[in-house]
Ligand binder design. Structure first.
Ligand SMILES: [Zn+2]
Ligand SMILES: [Zn+2]
Length: 282
């Protein structure tokens, strides 16, 4: 754990888990040490910069668990809701574009093995919910620009002003059109997919690869999105025996700083703190 490897985000500088929490975790995972692997079911077979529900539908769940056991892993973290918003379980509340209950299959396969299942859940970033509920999407508080793409697939900047929606081109995930299918076939499954191409391969971890670009949205913390998340989380913990639930992406757009300045949020702020209001930077 070299300090320089993590730069200023070296977390042990800020927090070391207390002994009782370590004990509790060991007890619930039934293990002295945890060797965990993570899985993002919708991100395609390589590079994790694709959005690919066909890949999720073909995941060999039992083989994955067997393989993890062979390699002495004892925990698998499954991203059951990624930034696209698809729910990888049998849900009555959310949107599951696959024909599978992937979480249920992992929980069942885990039962017969030494691999415990934990779930990671993207909270405030949700491409699908932003698409179907534009009224729940967070709004910018200042002037800036979104990264957009022109007809040749080259990057361009689109300006936004205070009050504009934060819905924009997804920064990481790109979509390939499978052989024998058209863009419009795929858009039926991914309704927030735009007929726009990113033609450049990015570098290193940010490598997106070429492909069609979905939209993404950060949701407003004073909207019904919050109740939606609580209901989804309730459904998961009620119906699936998982060892841990990680609520990821509890934050705003723009690397934590672009707080929601919609009418709801501004009115609530003014009620609590009075006018004039000003935008705070974290
Ligand atoms: Zn292997
Ligand atoms: Zn808001």
């Amino acid at each position: 754990m070299e300090k320089q490897k993590f730069g200023k985000n070296y977390w042990k500088k800020y927090w070391i888990p207390p002994e009782n929490i370590i004990k509790k975790t060991q007890k619930s995972f039934k293990a002295e040490k945890i060797f965990a692997m993570g899985l993002m079911p919708i991100r395609g077979p390589s590079g994790f910069r694709k959005l690919d529900y066909d890949f999720a539908e073909k995941l060999p769940v039992k083989e994955i668990i067997t393989h993890l056991e062979e390699h002495h892993f004892n925990v698998l973290g499954v991203v059951i809701k990624d930034t696209d918003g698809a729910c990888m379980w049998d849900t009555k509340i959310g949107w599951n574009p696959t024909d599978r209950d992937i979480l249920g299959e992992f929980v069942d396969a885990g039962k017969d093995s030494n691999v415990r299942i934990m779930a990671s859940f993207t909270s405030m970033n949700d491409g699908y919910q932003g698409h179907i509920h534009p009224d729940r999407v967070s709004r910018h508080g200042s002037t800036g620009h979104h990264t957009d793409y022109d007809v040749n697939g080259e990057k361009i900047k689109t300006p936004y002003r205070p009050g504009d929606s934060t819905t924009r081109c997804e920064g990481e995930m790109r979509v390939d059109i499978p052989d024998g299918k058209t863009f419009y076939d795929v858009q039926k499954k991914i309704p927030f997919l735009q007929n726009k191409i990113d033609s450049k391969k990015g570098a290193a971890r940010g490598a997106r690869g070429v492909g069609f670009i979905p939209t993404t949205s950060f949701m407003c913390p004073n909207s019904e999105h919050v109740e939606y998340l609580v209901d989804l989380a309730g459904e998961v913990v009620k119906n699936y025996k998982i060892e841990a639930f990680f609520a990821d992406y509890i934050r705003y757009d723009g690397e934590f700083t672009d707080i929601c300045c919609c009418e709801r949020c501004v009115a609530k702020f003014v009620r609590q703190y009075g006018d004039p209001r000003k935008i705070m930077k974290s």
